[in-house]
Ligand binder design. Structure first.
Ligand SMILES: Cc1cc2nc3c(=O)[nH]c(=O)nc-3n(C[C@H](O)[C@H](O)[C@H](O)COP(=O)(O)OP(=O)(O)OC[C@H]3O[C@@H](n4cnc5c(N)ncnc54)[C@H](O)[C@@H]3O)c2cc1C
Length: 466
């Protein structure tokens, strides 16, 4: 028989959002139970040991300036950060040519560079118009909601190199193609992060720093604080709720007159409110009784998970450093689109991180693991030379194939969605509150956004909106 627990708030999902919600609710004196489908916490953050006490991160890893909640939480939990390796010459590959460059600007023809520069400035300027709290109210933005990034890009750039560079930027941020993402969504994201420079930058940007020991430690430490309140291996299948007849019971009247029953495998949690801290695409796969309002369900039908395969080739040494290379490469030829030096802080072993994103990841996700490894190594050999051919170990994770992620880095909205359905992203349904990186207004889609979304959902409940 399924175990039955009574609590005040049931939190579904033990990623950064769910655990931050639970931690905040505890801080506010509210009793919580966290129900997690996997046999681990961390969700889209995941450490993989590689020997000698070192790890690589198969999910989210970087933090950077202005991600204040993530940086604060990392410090509060006694963790430290270290700078991303950013010394040496970078690589840009296009049209079969591999070229090195110093600084941030690849060596392509000056006309294309100028076009990209103007386009980025325009995008930053347009993004300033977005009200990240309520973009759905900005009906004057209907034309941006109605076109893809690709159509805007075609109108605003003429050269192939400029379009390739913008495509790479879109793939790097959304793990999707310019044809997938609405212009309004791209602008919302830029505004939510602060600027495109912050989104795309290494030093001083979103790729600035890493967490010593790996980001999954953030969730592990929060879960340790919550102790037995976190239940693993309990996939939630159904959420039932109803208005409670009669008076609100003593204890926490601010939670409102609801009862919620969260039905997971071998566990039922009876509560007064629930936080669903899953990406919308997965939240939409749960069964709800009563059925969700059409707008909320419509949102979950539209918010698409990006597609990424995060790949690591591990060598005895970071051999590229000796060749004067930073390990950072960008390739318009693919299938690997971006690489980084992901070696541990001590620089040993040498770890090259390679991303397959958007269409390249869609094509690679269902390949046999050895086939995927080969196409990644073929890219690395072109970029870094023959020494890249024989890593001691190769590890990747295709997030779209993961039952409890079904894609990454996160959800994005295609055309015609923000204005019509955006409001349903955070609007509670009865006692059900929505958290997760996708619901954030600052650093949406990032670890920082996941953390703030959990705190926001906890505050909503404690403020009596439940
Ligand atoms: C490859 C990759 C690279 C990334 N890089 C970065 C980066 O460098 N910097 C950055 O800031 N962000 C990055 N991100 C994004 C970041 O990891 C996420 O935004 C963040 O971790 C999301 O946290 P969350 O709590 O909102 O969702 P999740 O981490 O997805 O948490 C949801 C939880 O719910 C669980 N769950 C799912 N279904 C059920 C169910 N039915 N019942 C119970 N539990 C369920 C899941 O197992 C999971 O634990 C990256 C992500 C990936 C995958």
């Amino acid at each position: 028989m399924a175990e039955r627990i009574e609590t005040e708030v049931a939190v579904i999902g033990a990623g950064l959002a769910g655990l931050s919600a639970a931690r905040e609710l505890r801080r506010l004196g509210v009793d919580v139970v966290v129900v997690e489908a996997r046999d681990r916490v961390g969700g889209r953050t995941l450490n993989e040991p590689i020997g000698d006490g070192e790890i690589i991160e198969l999910g989210g890893q970087w933090v950077g300036p202005t991600q204040d909640h993530a940086l604060q939480l990392i410090a509060d939990l006694g963790l430290e950060t270290f700078p991303t390796w950013n010394t040496g010459t970078n690589i840009f590959e296009r049209g079969g040519r591999v070229r090195t460059y110093d600084g941030t600007i690849p060596k392509v023809n000056p006309v294309s560079l100028a076009e990209v520069g103007v386009a980025l400035k325009r995008l930053n300027r347009m993004a300033e118009k977005i009200d990240v709290d309520r973009p759905w109210e900005q009906t004057e933005l209907a034309s941006w909601d109605g076109e893809t990034f690709a159509t805007w890009m075609r109108r605003n750039t003429r050269t192939g190199a400029a379009r390739d560079m913008l495509r790479l930027a879109i793939e790097a941020v959304w793990a999707a193609e310019p044809e997938d993402v609405s212009l309004l969504h791209a602008l919302f994201y830029i505004r939510s992060a602060g600027s495109l420079d912050l989104l795309l930058g290494t030093e001083g940007g979103a790729q600035d720093s890493r967490v010593v020991g790996g980001t999954q430690l953030i969730c592990e430490r929060m879960a340790a604080e919550l102790g037995e309140r976190v239940h693993l291996d309990r996939p939630v299948r159904r959420i039932r709720w109803e208005e409670m007849p009669g008076d609100v019971p003593a204890g926490l009247p601010e939670l409102g007159p609801h009862s919620v029953t969260v039905e997971a495998d071998e566990l039922t949690v009876a509560a007064r409110a629930a936080v669903v801290a899953l990406p919308p695409a997965l939240a939409g796969r749960l069964e709800y009784d009563p059925v969700l309002p059409a707008m909320r369900d419509g949102l979950t039908q539209r918010m698409v998970q990006g597609t990424v395969v995060k790949c690591h080739a591990i060598y005895p040494e970071p051999f590229w450093r000796a060749d004067g290379l930073s390990g950072q490469a960008t390739s318009a030829d693919g299938p690997v689109s971006v690489t980084f030096d992901n070696s541990p802080p001590g620089g040993k072993p040498g770890v090259l991180l390679a991303f397959l994103e958007g269409n390249a990841a869609r094509e690679a996700t269902d390949l046999l693991p050895e086939e995927r490894q080969q196409i990644v190594l073929d890219s690395l050999i072109r970029l870094f030379g023959p020494k890249a051919a024989a890593p001691e170990r190769y590890v990747d994770k295709a997030w779209a194939a993961d039952e409890y992620a079904r894609g990454c880095y996160g959800g994005y909205l295609p055309t015609g969605s923000w204005l019509m359905y955006g409001e349903a992203l955070r609007t509670p349904v009865g006692p059900i509150h929505w958290a997760g990186a996708e619901t954030a207004t600052r650093w949406a889609g990032y670890m920082d956004g996941a953390i703030t979304s959990g705190i926001r959902a906890a505050t909503e409940i404690a403020n009596g909106k439940g």
